[in-house]
Design a protein around this ligand. Structure first.
Ligand code: SF4
Length: 368
């Protein structure tokens, strides 16, 4: 259950029912309202959104691209078709007079929910007691605004999968050790590619006392990874790669670094959502890819590049169910409310959190 109790959000409201409006009429009304309100409303869409939402997006991108774009927008209303932490980030990067709207407030991120402020503070206290070395905290952008504020206060930064290597390099130049949360896989995969051996990485599990670590574990480690993961990307397994290689040795395996170390190590290529899109776009006709990322994006790439063979790495549907909560009906409800002058589901990060979180976001944008 997502807890938005301490965030200033308008009331969650029920959507437009199917008995009130058919799917076809939802699309028609959305198209009309989008055109009518084009000077007032901009729609941002994350790559993992479903096609019927993406068709209404003015800007499509991954977390980094959408954050960078949000900081330059002038429209009074920004509808963010993504998940909660993305809308929070956009809110912090826009002016107080602009309203950022998340069409469905239940669109959270299971990975972001794996680390909260209390747990992070407790871990920080333990790590600081365990080692006198300077630890720099870096959080993946997939987290609550309070954790972005935490890294802002503690001289750390935020990263996305596009800039993780740059930000971790920056952090390790600034301090002796890295604390990376909430995604252990992105942290491990990136640090390993940077030449840090696995033996110098430990995992802090907030569900067990002291994260399951001793003082000497912390003293001997270069990197402390949080025990968090993306349930979608963790669904890709090494056996899926073996099966695909067995059936078609010419199929290239390309995966997101939120996949496990096992999967990333066995893949031909790995990188952020933008990296995956660019690699497929720039490949010659006839190329074949098995892709380890969210299924809406994989299906869209397959439909777009008909001269290439693009399939999901997993035989099972790797769908981000929280992204999937944003439906055209919800988008329409957001547009109708803006037209009435009473926007709903407005995301507003409190000032006391925003100030320090922005400091961390600025460090990320500066070092990207
Ligand atoms: S794909 Fe994974 S990390 Fe991305 S929003 Fe969904 S649950 Fe979160």
């Amino acid at each position: 259950m997502l807890d938005f109790s301490d965030k200033q959000t308008d009331q969650y409201l029920p959507t437009i029912s199917e008995s009130e409006l058919s799917d076809e009429d939802v699309i028609l009304e959305l198209a009309a309202l989008k055109s009518e309100l084009k000077n007032e409303v901009v729609v941002l869409g994350h790559h993992y959104q479903q096609d019927d939402v993406i068709r209404f997006a003015d800007v499509i991108g991954d977390s980094l691209a959408l954050a960078q774009k949000a900081s330059k927008l002038k429209h009074p209303h920004i509808i963010f078709c993504g998940v909660h932490f993305m809308a929070e980030t956009a809110d912090m990067l826009t002016s107080p007079s602009q309203k950022v709207i998340l069409p469905d407030l239940r669109a959270g991120c299971s990975m972001a929910d794996m680390a909260n402020e209390h747990e992070i503070n407790k871990a920080w206290k333990f790590l600081s007691e365990a080692s006198s070395k300077k630890i720099i905290p870096v959080t993946y952008i997939n987290c609550d605004a309070k954790l972005k504020s935490f890294v802002g206060i503690h001289e750390g930064s935020i990263c996305t999968s596009s800039n993780a290597r740059k930000i971790i390099t920056w952090a390790l130049n600034k301090g002796d050790k890295l604390m990376f949360f909430p995604d252990q896989h992105l942290g491990r995969n990136t640090c390993f590619e940077m030449g840090i051996p696995l033996e110098q990485m430990v995992v802090y599990n907030p569900k067990i006392p002291n994260g399951g670590l001793t003082f000497s574990d912390v003293q001997n480690a270069k990197v402390i990874l949080w025990y968090g993961y993306c349930s979608v990307h963790q669904g890709f397994k090494r056996e899926h790669i073996d099966l695909i290689h067995k059936n078609d040795p010419n199929m290239k395996i390309i995966v997101h670094p939120e996949c496990s170390f096992d999967v990333v190590s066995a893949a031909d290529l790995n990188g952020s959502t933008s990296f995956i899109i660019d690699a497929i776009h720039n490949s010659p006709a006839g190329s074949k890819f098995a892709v380890g990322t969210e299924i809406n994006l994989v299906n869209r790439l397959a439909a777009q590049y008909t001269d290439k063979k693009i399939i999901s790495l997993s035989p099972y549907q790797c769908l981000c169910t929280t992204m999937y909560r944003v439906r055209p009906r919800w988008l329409l409800a957001s547009f109708r409310a803006i037209k009435k002058g009473q926007p709903i589901n407005v995301i507003s990060v409190p000032d006391k959190i925003r100030k320090d979180a922005l400091m961390a976001l600025d460090r990320m944008l500066l070092n990207s």
